[in-house]
Design a protein around this ligand. Structure first.
Ligand code: GTP
Ligand code: MG
Ligand code: ZN
Length: 338
């Protein structure tokens, strides 16, 4: 079986697993649950996941600690559930189907769902602790594949000196030309609360990015009443992972936003080569115009995408990252892309 076929099979298996998860959602409680002590089923939204326990929010925004029936799998922030109150803690008994999920894999290749039912991913980058366009590109691929609109926030613009301002702008123009919204922000700017409220309000969003780029600080600006921990960036420039669990906050202007723990890298889930191609949105106008029908857009002659790279219509560095992603896919024989 070809490597490409293998990855398609893997993604089908994952889909199947997710499907059966939904179908099994209404199974009866396990032996250890005394049904008679549980209250009636009620709707809730997962607002934090602490491993064994979930924080589930009622319609009136009050929060209950819940355990989860094992057959429901891993639940994440944004999940809509049915749960029953109990004497000590509640029990989540059913999971509503998700409309979107942001997926990654951990270092062992295990698929992890980061958040569910979101419609915006705010990818935060900053001049400190470090700028990784590969990390940004991986988030954009993940967003494209999960049909969630990404927005790029360049935070800490107060520390972007005049000498590098132009190079920042031209680096971000690459993304603007792809059609992505890019906003330069700073939590030190007194007007940032208004700017951020406008960006976040009305959405079911998540903020993601490297540790220490200021994700929690951005949320603090729009959620003044909330206690949100913010960390220090060490002299060495490395973030210290201040936020340890994802948490959902309601926005005063409507909608909600999930603060997520910072990452060092974002590994994509199991994706096919075709999906990798579609993850690079600027390739789309040229698809179907290559000389060979099965062109992988890496070294093939007569490749319309390589021609677009050569004439400057497609950014060369983004294309190089695409080639590296395919290489990673090949090396891991259909495993997760890194
Ligand atoms: N100069 C400057 N510093 C900022 C800005 N926003 C945040 N910071 C600082 O950046 C550091 C890290 O901020 P956090 O909000 O904790 O970063 P985070 O992305 O949530 O980090 P993790 O929770 O570890 O993922 C703190 O010392 C903030 O004060 C900004 O706009 N300008
Ligand atoms: Mg944080
Ligand atoms: Zn091609």
């Amino acid at each position: 079986m070809s490597r490409r076929k293998l990855t398609e099979r893997q993604s089908a298996l994952i889909k199947q697993r997710q499907q059966s998860r939904i179908q099994r959602r209404s199974r009866p409680a396990g032996k250890d649950t005394d049904e008679s002590l549980l209250g009636p089923e009620q709707n809730g939204v997962v607002v934090a996941n602490h491993g064994a326990n979930l924080q589930v929010e009622r319609d009136d925004h009050s929060v209950a600690t819940c355990t989860v029936r094992q057959n429901l799998g891993d639940l994440v922030c944004g999940d809509r559930v049915l749960w029953r109150a109990g004497p000590d803690s509640g029990v989540v008994v059913a999971l509503y189907p998700r409309d979107t999920e942001l997926v990654r894999t951990d270092v062992r290749g295990t698929v992890q769902i980061v958040a569910a039912n979101i419609d915006r991913i705010f990818v935060v980058i900053a001049p400190v602790p470090e700028v990784s366009t590969n990390l940004l590109d991986n988030y954009l691929v993940a967003a494209e594949l999960s049909r969630i609109t990404p927005v790029i926030l360049v935070n800490k613009s107060d520390v972007i000196g005049t000498d590098v301002r132009e190079s920042w702008q031209s680096a971000m123009d690459v993304y603007r030309r792809c059609g992505y919204a890019v906003h330069f922000v700073s939590t030190r700017d007194p007007n940032s609360a208004d700017q951020l409220s406008q960006l976040f309000s009305g959405h079911r969003a998540i903020v993601v990015g490297h540790s220490g780029v200021g994700k929690s600080s951005l949320l603090r600006r729009v959620l003044p009443g909330q206690e949100i921990a913010v960390g220090e960036v060490s002299v060495a420039g490395l973030g210290k992972h201040t936020t340890t669990v994802a948490r959902l906050y309601h926005l005063p202007g409507g909608g909600h936003i999930i603060d997520s723990p910072g990452v060092r890298e974002f590994r994509l889930g199991y994706i096919t080569e075709d999906q990798a191609v579609h993850g690079f949105v600027e390739f789309r106008p040229w698809l179907g115009q290559c000389k060979f029908r099965d062109c992988r857009h890496t070294v093939e002659p007569g490749c319309a995408i390589r021609t677009a790279v050569a004439n400057g219509s497609i950014d060369e560095r983004r294309h190089r990252h695409y080639v590296a992603l395919l290489e990673g896919l090949k090396q891991q024989q259909g495993g997760p892309l890194t």
